[in-house]
Design a protein around this ligand. Structure first.
Ligand code: PRP
Ligand code: GLN
Ligand code: MG
Length: 511
């Protein structure tokens, strides 16, 4: 889950880059490894700046000023393929045909076959191990087949239709063709999120700016309205104040990733018609039922304590449902980012300690129920429980708003190794023992699904392979999962061969 955005301003004399950066700041929680913006200015020139770091580090005011043009794309990255090297920062670019850039949120599961095809059949060079570079090259190959000097909308829709039959996995993408426009498309199952909004300009002739984004909160902040999801299998072309939308795949099931509601998305976003904040409140409410079943109505809990940030909403609702006091027992250092999306276990572990600090008075001689949105590797919960004990807690119960995370994710969440997932091979009691908790209580799959589903009639099923091992694209082989386990586990990744660092923070397309 990276963050992506694309903007087309109606006034061709305005620059899109400053607002793209603002959107990236709103999407920063989706990726902290690298950031990038590409804009398209006069005579179809691309201007690019990307590199490792947070959006504001990579794109300072000076660099932003150099990104000319009224349309552009932005990306913040959390790697799920390749390395964290700056050469894999996005958007990616190919010069032929036409000049195309692309930014991707998600992960492809058939990169081996696609890479082979690109090399053997169409002789395209791949410079990194990024699946997003493959995706861009597939799009370029499909467009190339037109043989035309200049393409039209029909050609773009055809290229994306073909891409839907070739690329398997999760992909929400924004792309830009030099001098033509911005294109947004979402995989046939709508696994990764994307939405679109418009904003009336101040000019005397009515016209609109258009923006697409992973999350609606970014569009709202920039005063876009009529925000709605890009549908699964839908492609949208935005060019010179004109927008054309088409559903190119209608046969696949609409199955967005449920983990967006659990952890990834901002609470103020509405994803696929489901308000994330409300879904989290419902998770808290439902989890309270399981807590009652496990610990009894008359339990010995003195207070409910959240693990900042994501679980606050869940814990507050749970405490109300149980009629127990909600207490902020951990102070969070606001300058430390999200730990789950950091690369490497040792870094994640240390960061939890630096990010969260237990307040003794909330724990001393108390029985506490600590609530988190999820327990994935157990990095956070193990440290947190130890901190609670060190602060004098008598009993420490731990509740998770997500069910046990047991299986690898292949669609854009970096959970490549089952061996690293604390619940993959351990029972709930064993998990409690490893974490040092008196009891661990998990949400049921059914209750999580209900918490999210109640807000929409459009979604019948979610992508929730991390809980049930069912991969909605249907063709994730055992061999693929075994390779993933071997190639991307933490110890393999701590000594990567790496990709060539030829990009860095750069401006290679500057005029
Ligand atoms: O079991 P683990 O492997 O530790 O993963 C789960 C934890 O990681 C996330 O927190 P994170 O610090 O990334 O973000 P947050 O501040 O939004 O809660 C999530 O909210 C859990 O607290
Ligand atoms: N989390 C994501 O969406 C990652 C996108 C892409 N697979 C990459 O690794 O860059
Ligand atoms: Mg957390």
């Amino acid at each position: 889950m990276c963050g992506i955005t694309g903007l087309v301003l109606a006034d061709s004399t305005n620059n899109a880059a400053p607002e793209i950066l603002e959107a990236l700041n709103m999407l920063q929680h989706r990726g902290q490894d690298s950031a990038g913006i590409v804009t398209c200015g006069q005579r179809g020139r691309f201007y690019q700046c990307k590199g490792n770091g947070m959006a504001n580090e990579v794109l300072n005011q000076e660099r932003l000023f150099e990104l000319k043009g009224n349309m552009g794309l932005g990306h913040v990255r959390y790697p799920t393929a390749g390395t964290s090297n700056s050469s894999e920062a996005q958007p990616f670019y190919v010069n032929s045909p036409y000049g195309i850039t692309l930014a991707h949120n998600g992960n492809l599961t058939n990169t081996a076959e696609l890479g082979e095809f690109l090399d053997t059949d169409v002789h395209r060079h791949l410079n990194t191990d990024s699946d997003s570079e493959i995706l861009l090259n597939m799009f370029a190959t499909n467009l190339d087949k037109t043989g035309k000097r200049r393409i039209n909308e029909e050609d773009v829709f055809n290229a994306i239709s073909e891409l839907y039959t070739q690329c398997v996995g999760g992909y929400a993408c924004v792309s830009m063709i030099a001098g033509f426009g911005v294109i947004a498309f979402r995989d046939p199952n709508g696994i990764r999120p994307m939405c679109i909004g418009k904003r009336k300009t101040l000019s005397s002739i009515p016209s609109y700016d258009y923006m697409v984004s992973s999350e609606s909160a970014a569009l709202e902040a920039l005063e876009f309205v009529d925000i709605e999801p890009v549908m699964p299998g839908e492609a949208i072309i935005i060019s010179k104040n004109k927008i054309v939308r088409r559903r190119l795949d209608l046969k696949s099931e609409y199955t967005p990733c449920i983990f967006e509601y659990v952890y990834f998305a901002r609470p103020d976003s509405i994803i696929d018609g489901i308000p994330v904040n409300d879904a989290r409140m419902a998770m808290g409410e439902n989890l309270a039922e399981t807590v009652k079943q496990v610990l009894g109505e008359n339990n010995d809990i003195d207070s409910v304590i959240p693990v900042p940030d994501t679980s606050r909403i869940i814990a507050l609702q749970l405490s109300q449902a149980l009629n127990l006091p909600y207490r902020e027992g951990f102070n969070k250092n606001r300058y430390v980012g999200r730990t789950f999306i950091m690369p490497g276990q040792e870094l994640r572990r240390k960061t939890v300690r630096r990010k969260l600090n237990a307040m003794r008075y909330e724990f001393e001689n108390k029985n506490v129920l600590i609530v988190d949105d999820s327990i994935v590797r157990g990095t956070t919960s193990r440290e947190i429980i130890q901190m609670a004990r060190d602060a004098g807690a008598k009993k420490v119960y731990f509740a998770s708003a997500a069910p046990p995370v047991k299986y690898q994710n292949v669609y854009g969440i970096d959970m490549p190794s089952r061996n690293e997932l604390i619940a993959a091979y351990n029972t709930e009691d064993e998990v409690a023992e490893i974490l040092g908790a008196d009891k661990v209580i998990y949400q049921t799959i059914d209750n999580l699904e209900k918490a999210c589903k109640q807000f929409t009639t459009k979604i019948k099923k979610f992508e929730m392979s991390v809980f049930d091992g069912v991969y909605v694209t249907g063709n994730v082989s055992k061999k693929y999962l075994e390779n993933l386990e071997q190639e991307r586990n933490d110890s393999t990744r701590s000594s990567p061969i790496g990709s060539p660092n030829i990009s860095g923070i750069d401006n290679i397309f500057k005029k």
